[in-house]
Structure formats: C-alpha cells, structure tokens
Design a protein around this ligand. Structure first.
Ligand code: ZN
Length: 183
C-alpha cells in the first residue's frame, strides 16, 4: 500500500524522480528481507577475487553463481588491471586471504569503440582543460589480447605471489557464456 503511494506521488512530480530515488526504494525492500547479519568480510568463502568490466550487462555475482560473501569483485571500465586494481588485488590477497584471481572482459565492450586520444581530445575541447590524470583510458582493439595483457600485468607484479592462479575470460553478453582465454 505504502509502495503504491510512493509510485503515485512520483508520477505527479514527473521527471524530478531520479534513478537514485528508484534504487533507494529497492534497497528499502532488500533491507526488509535481509537475513545475513554478521557475515564475515574476509576471507571471502571461495577465496576468489574477480576483476571485471563495469558494463551494465555483466551481473558478475549471478553469472558466476556467487553468493553474498563468496568473492571480491573489482570493477572498472574495461576490466583493466590498473594501479588501483593492483592495489585491490594485493589487499585481497594479503589481507583478505584470496587464493585465485579471475579477469573478465566481454564481447561488445564499449572500450573497443573509441580511442584514448579521441576521448582526451574531445574532453580537452569541451572543457578547455588538460589535466594530468587520468593519463590513459585503456581502450583496446583486440579483446583476447587485452585479457592476456591484464593477466600479464597481475602476474608480473612483484607483490603478487608467483604461484597464484590468474585466469582470464571473455563473457559473451548475448549468450551469458564465459570462455577462457588461453595464456
Ligand atoms: Zn566493457
């Protein structure tokens, strides 16, 4: 009943309703049914860390069957191993106790559709400013090779233990299927 009223009032306000208002409502419902109080944060139960693209078509927990508390999920544009992803993986390994790393890129990734220089030039033109960061956007042209490069970046880091499995995958946004990229 109360929910219905909220919907009605939003209709009257028209376009003032935002996406954030929408998700806050969803969170309210989520919290009402929440039963996992006291779940430990680390180690995640599968001792797994996943690096994935931020693309809205990847429901990382669902596509990997991950329950709450099962894995660390680190996301950014492209599923790129940046300095900050390395930071997170190192924390995940040494503080969080994870023992396997997985990198997921995907078909039809937006990062295949433009070039670093194009976006930088456009932003400089639109804003009239040329900041030092971000130095790169990490766009790419070869999906498989991009995955391999991310694996190499993780494996070659001096603080990542040599024996830790680092495997790379491409997720097909049209089939829901993951395929492994051979190293
Ligand atoms: Zn993507």
């Amino acid at each position: 009943m109360e929910q219905q009223n909220l919907l009605d009032s939003s209709k009257k306000e028209g376009s003032s309703r935002t996406a954030i208002d929408e998700v806050l409502k969803a969170n309210h419902r989520y919290a009402e049914g929440f039963t996992q109080e006291g779940l430990p944060g680390w180690p995640p139960s599968l001792k797994l860390a996943v690096v994935a693209c931020m693309d809205c078509r990847l429901h990382v927990a669902k596509l990997l069957g991950l329950e709450l508390g099962a894995a660390h999920i680190i996301r950014n544009a492209g599923g790129i191993v940046t300095e900050d992803v390395l930071r997170s993986l190192i924390i995940s390994r040494y503080m969080g106790g994870t023992q396997e790393f997985m990198i997921i890129n995907h078909t039809k990734c937006g990062m295949l559709t433009f070039k670093d220089e194009e976006l930088a030039a456009r932003l400089q033109q639109e804003t009239g400013k040329a900041p030092v960061a971000p130095a790169r956007f990490y766009t790419f042209t070869d999906l498989e090779e991009n995955v391999r490069q991310q694996i190499r970046k993780v494996k070659s880091h001096p603080w990542i233990p040599e024996g830790i499995p680092v495997r790379g995958f491409i997720y097909d946004v049209d089939t829901g299927r993951l395929s492994e990229v051979s190293a």
